[in-house]
Design a protein around this ligand. Structure first.
Ligand code: H2U
Ligand code: ZN
Length: 347
């Protein structure tokens, strides 16, 4: 009998942050790929687009006019999914539970330059985005009504992003949403048992193993998590366990901007295309309580698999049973790690 080898044999992996299992089928990634590995035409965008609802001075869909901003610009989403004036209420019938939900949704333009994306921006300008995140987190988080602030970015039309202008969003809500709530529970259980954060211990092990590391600076590490589901899923984890971005020092804020750029440059270089993803920060709830178990991190969920256009579908078995991947986290990490750290447009 041959011995089990994680690089070759089908296996399950455990995600300690969500308590979920995933299926890995490494033997299938050895299938020959006969499709084209095409490059998409590099799309050149103007620095200003008169038809863009996020460019400075332009009118948005709701009729508001953007100011002539330079750098970043924040506004309340004209089609907010959450509203501030929702009346209290709900139903508690066991099979028909509901609860009213309030919140505030904002849109953040990362730059006045329509043609840029995070990997093409300068670190000092990405740092200004981090500063906006901090300001918004502080303002929204100190609102009595808001108990969780979700900062995120949808990049690329393949991820449902409506506009190529560099931007992100913040949805803040009165309840803690599903994903951060799962992580709240698992991190608390781990912290109570071990007296250290789950991600602090995880990061320490990854720094020793070195198999899944992608990029590192003084304060942050980018890696492919052991339990990644999406082919090129990654995480950014702070070296120091902090509960939220407001606890970052000045140097750490700049380091976050730097690692955000380092990682997304690698992403763009993978298929020499503007790489699509949904990414966001996970941090402690803002209900005024202390959460020593919470360890700030960012998740990146990109849909692409084999080329600029071949994406992975989460369908069939994944929808009905368990998420599955072929290429292992280690193979994905190796590929991303070996890519140049200079953006392909500037090579
Ligand atoms: P994406 O990040 O997924 O592209 O979403 C952009 C958001 O911008 C979306 O939530 C909002 C949409 O409601 N929006 C405005 O607030 N004003 C507009 O004029 C158009 C889009
Ligand atoms: Zn998370």
């Amino acid at each position: 009998m041959t011995q089990f080898n994680i690089e070759d044999h089908p296996h399950r992996r455990f995600n300690p942050l969500t308590n979920d299992w995933i299926l890995v089928s490494p033997h299938r990634s050895k299938r020959p790929w006969q499709g084209q590995v095409e490059k998409t035409v590099v799309e050149e965008r103007p620095a200003y687009d008169p038809d863009c609802y996020l460019c400075a001075g332009n009118e948005r869909v709701g009729g508001h006019k953007n100011p002539d901003y330079k750098g970043t610009f924040v506004f309340t989403n004209d089609f907010s999914a959450l509203l501030t004036d929702t009346p209290d209420g709900g139903t508690s019938e066991s099979l028909f539970q509901s609860k009213s939900e309030s919140g505030i949704c904002k849109v953040i333009c990362f730059s006045d330059n329509h043609s840029l994306t995070i990997p093409e921006m300068e670190v000092e300008d990405i740092r200004k985005v981090v500063d906006v995140w901090c300001r918004e987190f502080e303002e929204l988080g100190s609102n009595e009504m808001i108990n969780y602030v979700q900062i995120f970015e949808n990049k690329g039309s393949i991820m449902g992003c409506s506009n190529p202008h560099p931007h992100g969003q913040i949805w803040s809500s009165s309840s803690v949403p599903v994903e951060p709530e799962k992580e709240s529970v698992t991190q608390k259980t781990y912290f109570e048992k071990n007296g250290r954060t789950l991600l602090g211990d995880y990061l320490a092990s990854e720094l020793e193993k070195k198999e899944r590391l992608l990029a590192e600076n003084e304060h942050f590490v980018a890696l492919v998590p052991y339990w990644a589901v999406w082919p090129f899923e990654t995480m950014i984890i702070s070296k120091r366990p902090v509960q939220n971005i407001l606890q970052l020092t000045d140097d750490e804020r700049t380091a976050l901007a730097d690692i955000y750029k380092q990682l997304t440059v690698k992403y763009d270089n993978l298929f020499e295309t503007s790489f699509a993803y949904s990414a966001g920060l996970h941090q402690a709830p803002t209900d005024g309580k202390d959460y020593p178990e919470w360890h700030l991190h960012m998740h990146f969920y990109p849909p692409l698999l084999r080329s600029a256009t071949v994406k992975k579908f989460m369908v069939g078995y994944e929808m009905l049973a368990t998420p599955q991947r072929d290429i292992t986290a280690e193979q994905a990490a190796r590929r991303l790690r070996e890519l140049p750290s200079v953006h392909y447009k500037h090579q």
